[in-house]
Design a protein around this ligand. Structure first.
Ligand SMILES: *Cc1c(COP(=O)(O)O)cnc(C)c1O
Length: 369
């Protein structure tokens, strides 16, 4: 039998970078700088340069980064924050963590990102902020979202956890809104060797607030200006991320090549493939295709050793954690339909073209549009 194809091949990535990563770990140990410190600062500078944003603040993970970004732009207990139901649970959790109520809206049937119409219909007097999610690496319809938020004074905080180096009208996501959160969970497009995340912003005041909040509200040793959190990035993770950062541009280009290969194989056979606005470029964190017999396809591919996934099978408005009445439930037809039809196929910079071809062959054998 041919070898299995994992959804994300971290083994190949880490085999290639092993000596650089070990050297990075050794230098952190030699410097004794385990929490924040120079390695985190260096990564913050490197990532902000690459994004073209003035400030990046390293955090413990993407969920804490989103919560800190929301708090820093002024979201408070009792506020409503509008986001999509079709996302990873962390988006809704982060809104809850600042005491706000997540209002869950539908996504566009083609790009799978926030539907501006659904957003507009959900706004109330209590709405304080909007969190578009660049899901699968595909930028949300930011022009329409800004247009809706601008006149109403709503803050926009991008959840860019899956969208490192995705672009919208030539600018990277993460520099478009009032602030943005990134995740460096190992399987993300830029992954640490553990948990890590960051807030990106062009607003010095927001960045300063995040810096304060992530480190116990501390302004100097023994002085705590506000009640903060322990949401700092480890020195080790900062050093690992700096070691990987120079590859991110090439890795992103490779993801786009592989996505085109999938598109060319699956699109002409009538399958609904990922659609990206002409003015945007996806970072293809995931390659998602629809099938009417999704569960059957998934079983069959898993049996053949192909790592497939569903992102996500249970939308937030159907999760027990968000069904306690605090979230207004609307009809989310597109979200519900997607959750039954979507399938994520293996994509990462280290998958070989012949592996993509094998995945496509198997998919086309068993799947129905
Ligand atoms: C991964 C992810 C997060 C959370 O990031 P963590 O680093 O795992 O806390 C938030 N939102 C989305 C869309 C994600 O994919």
């Amino acid at each position: 039998m041919s070898p299995s194809i994992p959804l994300v091949n971290l083994q190949r990535q880490h085999a290639e970078l092993k000596s650089e990563l070990l050297a990075a770990a050794e230098s952190v140990m030699d410097r004794n700088a385990f929490i924040q410190g120079p390695d985190v600062s260096e990564f913050e500078r490197g990532f902000s340069d690459l994004l073209g944003v003035s400030e990046v603040v390293g955090c413990s993970n993407g969920t804490s980064a989103l919560a800190l970004a929301l708090e820093a732009v002024g979201v408070r207990a009792g506020d409503e924050v509008i986001t999509v139901s079709h996302t990873f649970i962390a988006t809704g959790e982060a809104i809850k963590h600042v005491g706000a109520t997540p209002i869950l809206v539908d996504v566009d049937a083609h790009t799978y990102t926030m539907s501006p119409k659904s957003l507009e219909a959900a706004i109330t007097r209590r709405t304080r902020a909007v969190v578009p999610v660049h899901l699968y690496g595909t930028p949300a319809d930011m022009d329409s979202i800004f247009e809706i938020c601008k006149d109403r004074g709503l803050k926009v905080v991008e959840d860019a956890a899956q969208a490192h180096l995705a672009t919208y009208k030539g600018r990277h996501v993460g520099e478009l809104g009032d602030a943005a959160s990134f995740s460096f969970y190992p399987g993300k497009n830029l992954g640490a060797l553990g948990d890590a995340g960051a807030v990106a912003t062009n607003d010095q005041v927001v960045a300063q607030k995040v810096r304060l909040l992530r480190d116990h509200g501390r302004t100097e040793k023994y002085v705590h200006e506000v009640v903060g959190y322990n949401r700092r990035m480890d020195g080790m993770q900062g050093a690992f991320l700096s070691a990987k950062l120079p590859y991110l541009t090439r890795w992103t280009a490779r993801r786009r090549e592989l996505a085109s290969r999938y598109d060319a194989a699956l699109g002409p056979s009538g399958f609904q493939i990922m659609e990206v606005d002409r003015q945007a470029r996806s970072a293809y964190h995931l390659y998602v295709v629809q099938a009417s017999n999704r569960n059957e396809v998934m079983d069959s591919m898993q049996k053949a050793g192909i790592g497939v996934g569903i992102h996500y099978p249970v939308p937030l408005h159907r999760q027990p954690a968000f069904s306690n009445g605090s979230t207004r439930r609307k009809e989310l037809d597109v979200t519900d339909r997607l959750s039954e039809r979507i399938l994520s196929l293996p994509i990462c910079p280290f998958i070989r073209e012949e592996e993509v071809d094998r995945v496509c062959e198997h998919f086309l054998d068993v799947a129905c549009p």
